[in-house]
Design a binder for this molecule. Structure first.
Ligand code: SF4
Ligand code: SF4
Ligand code: SF4
Length: 188
């Protein structure tokens, strides 16, 4: 029995680093892979992947090797975020921003990065109101398959939450309209 071939976006995505850093200009590795599969974008826009990823993409897509387009950022070796815990005020903003759920903590309590799951994407840095997150280079490499899975799970969870929020807003609107209608008919 022949093993079914994975489709092109899937093959491309498998070559991407899965940091989910958005530096390529897309909301994660998968949308960049889709754009590459549609020939809409250059193969040299992924700073975490650097030359290794460019070479792999050039081979798969039969394209010319180009240097990394530094408009999207400079190559950065594997890194991890570290929270200076004594300075953390527990605002949860980093936790919300982390695309792979590598931060744990509860509101008003100290937060911590799970080092093995952190991709070094740096998305937690800008939201931190007290600048207590630092990035350090590391020898340890996160697992890209796990990072991809955790990103997908987070995306799905956010979609459910957004849908629930939309439903709540809709219900409130309907209730408000019914109340206004009732008031109007009371005064007629
Ligand atoms: S690692 Fe970052 S820059 Fe590279 S494809 Fe993924 S999201 Fe884009
Ligand atoms: S902890 Fe920060 S740097 Fe690490 S994956 Fe999460 S957002 Fe990215
Ligand atoms: S954003 Fe900064 S202060 Fe807020 S929980 Fe994260 S590390 Fe702590």
């Amino acid at each position: 029995m022949n093993t079914p071939k994975t489709n092109l976006p899937e093959q491309i995505n498998a070559l991407l680093p899965q940091t989910q850093c958005t530096r390529c200009g897309y909301q994660g590795c998968e949308p960049y892979a889709n754009a590459l599969a549609n020939n809409e974008v250059g193969i040299n826009q992924c700073p975490p992947g650097g030359n290794t990823t460019i070479q792999a993409l050039a081979t798969l897509l039969n394209k010319e090797i180009k240097p990394l387009n530094t408009k999207f950022g400079e190559y950065q070796p594997p890194s991890v975020a570290i929270i200076i815990e004594q300075e953390c005020i527990g605002c949860t903003k980093c936790l919300i921003a982390c695309p792979v759920d590598a931060i744990i903590g509860v509101s008003k309590m100290m937060h911590t990065v799970i080092t093995e799951e952190c991709t070094g994407c740096e998305l937690c840095l800008p939201p931190c109101p007290v600048d207590c997150i630092v990035i350090e280079t590391t020898e340890k490499k996160y697992n890209p398959i796990l990072a991809r899975q955790r990103h997908q799970e987070k995306q799905q969870r956010l979609m459910v939450l957004q849908q629930e929020q939309r439903e709540r807003t809709h219900k409130k609107k309907v209730a408000l309209m019914a109340m206004m209608k009732a008031k109007k008919s009371h005064f007629v």
